[in-house]
Design a protein around this ligand. Structure first.
Ligand code: ADP
Length: 403
């Protein structure tokens, strides 16, 4: 077995690359950073070494190849270049794995072609993910490249949860079903919550609320995901920063037929100009809460709509799971907003759910419980770590393959 234990995780977006280098001998992050505005004016790289101050390069990164080359140089300057024999794999976040990819997968030409074939399901994301893989492969052709899919953790949804009640033949023909997203986060947080309770993930039922700019809920029974709020695309479910979440699908026909909006315009409306930004003009929950505190009626309504939807999902997932052991809040809003956690759980004592005001009000740090002692349902705040989870899965695959 090779002694290489480091994994470089790449999350390639259409105009950005986020990266983190981890040593999976102990899970320690060694470096990380971000290249943003690739191919645009004002592109820059910010590198966070393990020790010392962040370093910034403000210059033109015309494409992903230039960006990744610069990332390699920054890592090299720390003595951790892409040519390092300690590097075991490059792990790539890939948004959509369809029904084809339900596990972390070693990238081959065939796998790349299959990921490309899934592009109609994720037209903005999969092409950028593929570019990241191709560029990393060109830099280190000898190194395993592993794709870790955002949809994979939800592959276990039972047919009753994954199937939309639409004509079967049409749905099958176009791949119309519920896939779910944020899978690595739901997987990581559900396992970490079990660890926080000192229990085996196979024994506990957890509702995970991933509340970031994008937001999703999942119901995880004994480590297996049985329901999630996002569907064919990340538009379904909770109210998000800029996405509407659930709406009557007839809203689309109505806007098209009566409002004369094109399909692209409705897509843009529901994905980028709805949610909190559509309701009150701000998608940052800090700002919404500040304005609400000042009595701003738009911010108040936006907050109420957000919380109402969240509570509906909590109730629904209690019914889906039957027995709930823990409710875990994660991502930007879930980790930091005591107000959202308090409002989302207020008056749910009948379901065994309550938060302790003092514990809930403490500033966020590591994973922690915010429910009163002896609560039937543990309420936890668990910072998500998608990069770690991606590296963990990729490293386990590389080890199995090598062994
Ligand atoms: P993304 O979904 O883009 O990965 P994050 O999980 O980092 O985002 O969440 C970003 C969001 O978290 C911000 O838009 C903001 O609404 C929210 N947020 C961050 N800090 C706080 C805070 N202290 N209080 C309330 N909301 C916060």
């Amino acid at each position: 077995m090779s002694a290489a234990t480091r994994v470089l995780v790449l999350n390639s977006g259409s105009s950005s690359v986020k990266y983190r280098l981890l040593d999976m001998a102990d899970g320690r992050p060694l470096a990380g950073g971000l290249v943003e505005r690739i191919g645009e004016e004002g592109s820059r790289l910010v590198h966070n070494p393990q020790r010392g101050e962040p370093r910034e390069q403000r210059r033109s990164f015309p494409d992903h190849a230039a960006a990744l080359k610069a990332v390699g140089e920054e890592l090299q300057a720390d003595g951790q270049g892409l040519d390092s024999p300690e590097l075991a794999a490059v792990a790539h976040r890939v948004v959509h794995g369809g029904t084809r990819f339900t596990e972390p997968t070693l990238v081959t030409e065939e796998v790349l072609a299959e990921i490309r074939a899934l592009t109609p399901l994720a037209p903005l994301h999969n092409p950028a993910n593929i570019t990241g893989i191709e560029v990393a492969r060109a830099l280190r052709p000898d190194l395993p490249q592993v794709a870790v899919f955002d949809t994979a953790f939800h592959a276990t949804l039972p047919p009753a949860a994954a199937t939309y009640a639409v004509d079967r033949a049409t749905a099958d023909r176009y791949g119309v079903r519920r896939y779910g997203f944020h899978g690595t986060s739901h997987q990581y947080v559900s396992r970490r919550t079990a660890a926080l309770l000192g229990r085996d993930p196979a024994e506990v039922n957890v509702i995970v609320l991933h509340l970031g700019n994008g937001a999703s809920a999942s119901a995880v029974a004994g480590g297996v995901c049985v329901e999630t709020s996002m569907g064919l695309t990340p538009l379904e479910g909770l109210v998000m920063g800029t996405r509407s979440g659930d709406v009557d699908p007839a809203v689309v026909f109505h806007l098209h037929r009566v409002g004369g909006l094109s399909m692209d315009a409705v897509d843009d409306l529901l994905n980028r100009r709805s949610g909190m930004v559509g309701l009150c003009g701000d998608n940052d929950m800090r700002e919404v809460e500040r304005r609400r505190g000042e009595g701003d009626p738009d911010a108040r309504l936006a907050f109420e709509v957000y919380i109402h939807r969240l509570r509906k999902y909590i109730g629904a997932y209690c019914a889906v799971l039957g027995r709930v052991d823990a409710l875990a809040f994660t991502a930007g809003v879930g980790e930091h907003s005591a107000g959202v956690r308090a409002a989302a759980t207020a008056g749910l004592e009948g379901l065994g759910i309550a938060v302790d005001e003092a514990l809930n009000g403490l500033p966020s740090g590591g994973p922690r419980l915010v429910s009163p002692a002896h609560s039937r349902v543990a309420v936890a705040v668990v910072p998500t770590d998608e990069e770690f989870e991606i590296a963990r899965q990729a490293f386990a695959l590389v080890r199995r393959t090598a062994g």
